[in-house]
Design a protein around this ligand. Structure first.
Ligand code: FES
Ligand SMILES: [Fe+2]
Length: 382
């Protein structure tokens, strides 16, 4: 049955059915409606891989982080055998969530009645349960969630049929092979919540068009629109590149790096891996955002970064990175201001999407990806 014109999935389909040369920003209801959020949770976050961070951030047995993926609380943890695994973060007694945030534990103890699980999710013990004749400790095991590592990134999915991460992202691996992403070590990790839709923040990352203006107080002056290259996106990701100069030495390839040649040595890749892993990859340092919606009007952000191991022996590299992190924090304040203003604006009655610049090519590709994914879901339901 034909959808009426207010349906956000149809509105997005109409919006993305024109060639890039005529494209406009996505319609406002794609950001504001509960209906579109449901289509995203069903068609994207329940089906695709979601990145929880870097494997080195979970360096030791018992190191864990938690997240909520499409409504499912999940623990991602390094087990005693050194493997990173993911488990349901829901107790098998009266179904409280178990762990919060990130940290290190020797066992998983439920905060409600202290049922206690081993790191592999098997039940170790439960107080005062001996009189229940049906209870058998050995029959309790926290459900496992699929978890894969790829170039040092840790991904989880609720979809048993999702193709392997390495398969899905093989073109990313080829594109940035010379950067050797496995070789980057995370030195900070934070979680934030901003008052904007997750796609507004994702799209903000996908274009560097805003750098000279939104970031006039920090990096804007160093950003030249003519140095930005925005090729058409691929199926699982889009990207664009910018050039940095010697003023930020740790963005350059290290002298010991013989993998990158010529202009590559100062090229920064802005990778937007669908749905929501956004990586700034310079030859020297990296930082990333991994996004998850928290309702239409809020985004949960996993934010981390660090240096290429090429810089490991440089005495001043860590201090330079600390300085860079302070700069990134200032840049983020500016991005927060811009993306929260966008959400406020597009929530208003007179909001209407304007045409895209050629520097917003990745945004168009992202919109087409969203169209395809949300349509699959509604087609099945319809
Ligand atoms: S709900 Fe976890 S121990 Fe009771
Ligand atoms: Fe920005």
């Amino acid at each position: 049955m034909a959808k009426d014109s207010a349906d956000p999935v149809s509105a997005l389909r109409a919006n993305t059915s024109v060639p890039f040369e005529q494209a406009r920003a996505m319609p406002p209801e794609v950001y504001t409606s509960d209906e579109f959020l449901k289509a995203e949770l069903d068609g994207i976050f329940s089906k695709d891989w979601y990145c929880v961070g870097r494997a080195n951030g979970l360096g030791n047995p018992g190191d864990y982080t938690t997240c909520e993926l499409a409504g499912q609380p999940v623990i991602v943890m390094r087990d005693r055998d050194g493997e990173i695994r993911a488990l349901s973060n829901v107790c098998l007694h009266r179904m409280s969530t178990l762990l919060q945030g990130s940290g290190n534990v020797r066992s998983i103890v439920c905060p409600y009645h202290a049922w206690t699980y081993n790191l592999d999710g098997s039940l170790r013990g439960a107080p005062a349960m001996t009189l229940n004749e049906g209870f058998c400790k050995d029959q309790y095991q926290l459900p496992k969630v699929r978890c894969e590592e790829w170039l040092g990134w840790v991904f989880i999915t609720l979809n048993p049929d999702a193709p392997a991460v390495a398969e899905q992202l093989s073109q990313v691996e080829e594109l940035v092979a010379g950067y050797d992403m496995t070789n980057y070590t995370e030195v900070f990790f934070e979680e934030h919540v901003w008052d904007t839709n997750w796609k507004v923040l994702a799209e903000n990352f996908m274009e560097s068009y805003h750098l000279p203006v939104c970031h006039a107080g920090t990096i804007g002056g160093l950003s030249k629109l003519e140095d930005m290259v925005c090729p058409p996106g691929l199926e699982a990701f889009n990207y664009h590149t910018i050039l940095k100069d010697e003023t930020l030495r740790i963005a350059m390839a290290h002298d010991s790096n013989t993998r990158l040649k010529g202009e590559e040595r100062r090229t920064t890749f802005l990778l937007a891996i669908y749905p929501s892993l956004l990586i700034t990859l310079t030859p020297g340092y990296f930082w990333y955002l991994s996004l998850h919606p928290k309702g239409p009007g809020q985004v949960h952000i996993r934010f981390g970064g660090g240096m290429s191991d090429d810089y490991k022996e440089d005495a001043d590299a860590q201090q330079n990175f600390v300085d860079l992190k302070a700069l990134l924090d200032d840049v983020n304040v500016e991005d927060r201001g811009c993306t929260e203003k966008v959400f406020k604006g597009l929530s208003s009655a007179l909001a209407a999407p304007g045409h895209l610049s050629h520097l917003e090519r990745p945004n168009y590709d992202f919109a087409r990806y969203l169209t395809a994914k949300t349509q699959e879901t509604t087609a099945k339901e319809g």
